[in-house]
Design a protein around this ligand. Structure first.
Ligand code: SF4
Length: 354
C-alpha cells in the first residue's frame, strides 16, 4: 500500500458562524480569523509541501481548520479548483476536508465530488447531547448519525470522525458510549484530541472561573487508552491522538491548561503495553524456563515505558527465569508474542485484548 501524506492547508474559522467553547482556530493554526487565502497563497503552500513528497507516496490536499462546507460557495470553489488543478496534473490523488456534521447534505456531497474530494472528516467531538450542548456545538448526536449516512451514500469518499474527550460535562462513561456509537457508524478512521484550554476561548473563561476542570495528562492517557481498545477491535484506525505539537500551540499564552503532551500517542501506547504485560504475567503464571518476548521494533520504546518502568516491572515477575526482549519486523504492531524455552508453541496478546 502506498504511504499517504497530507498537503495541509489551514482555512481557519472562516465559514464558521459558531463559537464552540473549546475553539479558537486562529490560535491553533497560527492564522488570523479574518485571513482570506488567495489562490496564489494556496498554490505556494501546496508547491512548498509537494517538494517533500517522495516518489511512490500518495498525497491529498487537506483543507483543515474550519468548517469547509460552511465557507461562502465562491471561496470553496476557488479552493477546490486550485486543488483540482493538482489532481488533473496527476500530482496529488485527492482532496480531504473537515467540516461540521450539520453542514453536510446530499447536494453538498455532489458538489464536492465534482472537484475530486476523496475524504471528509466530521468534527463530532462527542455523541452525548449534554456534552454537545455544554460545549455550544450547535448540533446534536443525531445530526452526526445523519451526516455519516449522507457521506456513506458516496462510496468513493473516505469518512473520518474527530472526537474530543474531556469537554464540559464529559465523563469516561460518556466518552466510551461515544466510541461505542462510532464503532457502529464504522468510519474509515478516527482522530482523538483530548480537550485543551486555549486562550481566547469560552473554555478559558469557564476554566478561570472554576466552572471547568480539564483532564490531567494521566487521566487523558487512561481515557484515550480505554477508547482505543474498541476501535482496535473493530479495526478502525486512530490516525491521530492529541493535538499536533505545532509552534503555535506551544507559543507563550496559547495553551492555558489541559492534557497536552508532544508525544501523547506514545503515552497511550505505554499505558496499553503496561496493561498487556500485566495480562501476560497472569497468562504465563509461574515459569522457571527462559522466556523470549517478541515485538515490532517500533514498539520497543512504549513497551519499555518511561525510564524502562514497564519492562522492569515485567521482568521482576520472573525471578527464576531469564527474560529476553527481541524485535522483528515480522511482528505486528501493538502486539506481543512470547515463547517459553523448551516449548514449541508461542502465544500472542494484542492491545485489542486488554
Ligand atoms: S470547532 Fe469548528 S464549528 Fe466550532 S467554532 Fe471551531 S471551526 Fe467552528
Amino acid at each position: 500500500m502506498k504511504q499517504h501524506v497530507n498537503i495541509a492547508v489551514f482555512v481557519p474559522h472562516q465559514g464558521c458562524p459558531k463559537d464552540c467553547v473549546f475553539c479558537n482556530q486562529s490560535r491553533i493554526t497560527g492564522q488570523k480569523r479574518e485571513n482570506i487565502l488567495t489562490g496564489e497563497a494556496v498554490r505556494a503552500s501546496i508547491e512548498n509541501q509537494l517538494s517533500t513528497v517522495q516518489p511512490g507516496q500518495s498525497a491529498e490536499i487537506a483543507y483543515f481548520g474550519g468548517s469547509f462546507t460552511g465557507l461562502p460557495r465562491k471561496y470553496q470553489t476557488m479552493l477546490l479548483s486550485v486543488a483540482r488543478e493538482y489532481i488533473d496534473a496527476g500530482r496529488v490523488q485527492g482532496i480531504r476536508l473537515s467540516t461540521r456534521p450539520d453542514y453536510i447534505a446530499d447536494h453538498i456531497m455532489e458538489y464536492l465530488l465534482t472537484y475530486g474530494v476523496t475524504t471528509v472528516e466530521l468534527g463530532c467531538q462527542s455523541l452525548d447531547n449534554e456534552v454537545l450542548e455544554l460545549s455550544k456545538r450547535g448540533h446534536t448526536a443525531e445530526d452526526v448519525v445523519k451526516a455519516v449516512k449522507i457521506v456513506r451514500k458516496f462510496p468513493s469518499v473516505r469518512l473520518g470522525l474527530q472526537v474530543l474527550p474531556g469537554l464540559p460535562g464529559d465523563t469516561l462513561e460518556k466518552s466510551m458510549e461515544t466510541i461505542k456509537t462510532i464503532v457502529a457508524l464504522a468510519p474509515d478512521f478516527v482522530r482523538i484530541y483530548p480537550a485543551l484550554v486555549i486562550a481566547g476561548t469560552e473554555l478559558e473563561w469557564l476554566y478561570v472561573t472554576h466552572q471547568y476542570k480539564p483532564l490531567t495528562v494521566e487521566e487523558a492517557v487512561r481515557w484515550v487508552a480505554e477508547m482505543w481498545v474498541p476501535l482496535l477491535q473493530a479495526d478502525i484506525p486512530v490516525i491521530r491522538m492529541g493535538l499536533h505539537s505545532s509552534e503555535d500551540i506551544r507559543s507563550d499564552g496559547t495553551l492555558l491548561a489541559g492534557p497536552f503532551h508532544p508525544s501523547f500517542r506514545q503515552l497511550v501506547e505505554e499505558e496499553l503495553y503496561s496493561r498487556l504485560l500485566k495480562r501476560m504475567i497472569e497468562e504465563i503464571g509461574t515459569v522457571t524456563n527462559d522466556l523470549e518476548v517478541w515485538i515490532h521494533p517500533a514498539d520497543e520504546t512504549p513497551l519499555r515505558g518511561r525510564g524502562g518502568v514497564n519492562w522492569r516491572g515485567f521482568v521482576s515477575g520472573f525471578a527464576h527465569s531469564r527474560v529476553a526482549l527481541r524485535t522483528s519486523r515480522t511482528c505486528k504492531r501493538q502486539q506481543i508474542s512470547w515463547r517459553t524455552a523448551g516449548l514449541d508453541d508461542s502465544q500472542t496478546l494484542s492491545f485489542s485484548s486488554v
